[in-house]
Design a protein around this ligand. Structure first.
Ligand SMILES: Cc1cc2nc3c(=O)[nH]c(=O)nc-3n(C[C@H](O)[C@H](O)[C@H](O)COP(=O)(O)O)c2cc1C
Length: 358
């Protein structure tokens, strides 16, 4: 029943959502190609100012007449003092020195500004008439939910525990994405700390299926039709895939990022707070190993990001993976060098071999 409901709700032929991936990875070309081939293409709007979200929507619309969605970050409060920022910066100074970088701009962004930006991003999605809007790091406030509902927008939110999925359903969200421990990128935990929200997809799906009635989309380590079939067996209505789409031709991921997936087969994708202040799963590199001992000296999301962004960029520009943030899930072994269309076709065939349709 949920399968049909999910496809109808999203207006798609296949129950595959291409995960929104911030940082220029999910290009309009990628989102459009996924939608053109029956899945749901997603624009990663979270880090973008409203006018850039508008621009991405416009560019995607030029490439497809099919349904696609926009993803936004629910702002979270944070506490960071100037002293903590200075201390963290001092700890990171050797990396800046290695790349010849001057002291980064460490004016902490303000929470109130993030809330204002979030409101404007929602306004942009509504004005543009985008049919689907997904969220990570929480659920929008009641007033924002009302605006979205009034506009007839289908809402999706991310849960890392069954408890979060229950909260998402209670908030009136239409679809929940359950993000297993395997997942690449930032942990979406919002009720308890990320450390207390690390449930593997198999357990997370089973528990969530027992506790909520809205359609559940499985995410985390889904790279192959076999994974899709397994998620469907466990009661998922569909899947959301990030790392699998990261390596496709239309993805805007840096070549270093794409190559590391296929070349560093025996390097694990680990959880770290070092890049942004929030736990995220990334391919282990020199920075993660060297600074692991100092993780607690680093500052909260999103301030930590402004302390590391300059050397992340410099590392990539120098063709070095050492200090770059290479987000990826535990299923990275199965990353494929295909076009989005070829990947979706392969997934459809593999899932069908297991006796299921995508
Ligand atoms: C590079 C990268 C960037 C991501 N950026 C976002 C984002 O902007 N918004 C979001 O909701 N999820 C983001 N995610 C998480 C995905 O939505 C999803 O939970 C995850 O990719 C699933 O695990 P998988 O990578 O093993 O498929 C990102 C994941 C990756 C790998």
């Amino acid at each position: 029943m949920h399968n049909k409901m999910l496809k109808e709700l999203l207006g798609v032929n296949h129950r595959i959502i291409q995960a929104p991936m911030a940082g220029g990875i999910t290009t309009p070309e990628l989102a459009a190609q996924v939608s053109e081939n029956g899945g749901l293409g997603m624009i990663a709007g979270g880090g973008l100012p409203p006018e850039k979200v508008k621009e991405a929507i416009r560019r995607t619309r030029k490439l497809t007449g099919k349904t696609f969605g926009v993803n936004l970050f629910v702002p979270m409060t944070f506490e960071v003092t100037e002293t903590q920022v200075q201390k963290a910066y001092e700890r990171l100074r050797p990396v800046h020195d290695e790349f010849g970088l001057k002291q980064a701009d460490i004016t902490p962004p303000r929470y109130e500004e993030a809330v204002h930006k979030f409101n404007d991003q929602i306004g942009t999605v509504i004005e543009a008439g985008v049919p689907v809007c997904s969220f990570i790091f929480g659920v929008p406030a009641d007033v924002q939910m009302e605006r979205l509902k009034e506009a007839g927008i289908i809402t999706i939110a991310t849960a890392t525990t069954a408890e979060e999925a229950v909260a998402i359903e209670s908030a009136g969200i239409d679809i929940v994405v359950v993000q297993g421990f395997e997942a690449g990128g930032h942990r979406g935990a919002f009720l308890k700390g990320s450390e207390d929200s690390q449930v593997g997809l198999m357990s997370l799906l089973s528990e969530t299926v027992s506790r909520v009635n809205i359609p559940i989309v499985a995410a985390g380590g889904i790279m192959h039709g076999r994974n899709i079939a397994a998620a469907l067996v466990l009661g998922a209505a569909g899947v959301q895939m990030g790392t699998a789409f990261l390596s496709v031709e239309e993805s805007g991921a840096h070549n270093l990022h794409k190559n590391v997936l296929t070349e560093s087969l025996n390097v694990p994708a680990v959880l770290t707070k070092l890049f942004t202040g929030r736990q995220a799963r990334a391919v282990k590199n020199k920075f993660i190993s060297e600074f692991k001992a100092f993780e607690e000296e680093m500052v909260a999301y999103p301030v930590q990001r402004s302390l590391t962004q300059a050397f992340q960029d410099a590392s990539k520009a120098a063709g070095r993976i050492d200090y770059a943030m290479l987000l990826a899930g535990q299923g990275k072994y199965f990353a494929r060098d295909l076009s989005a269309r070829q990947l979706i076709e392969a997934l459809a065939a593999e899932t069908s071999e297991m006796g299921y349709e995508i």
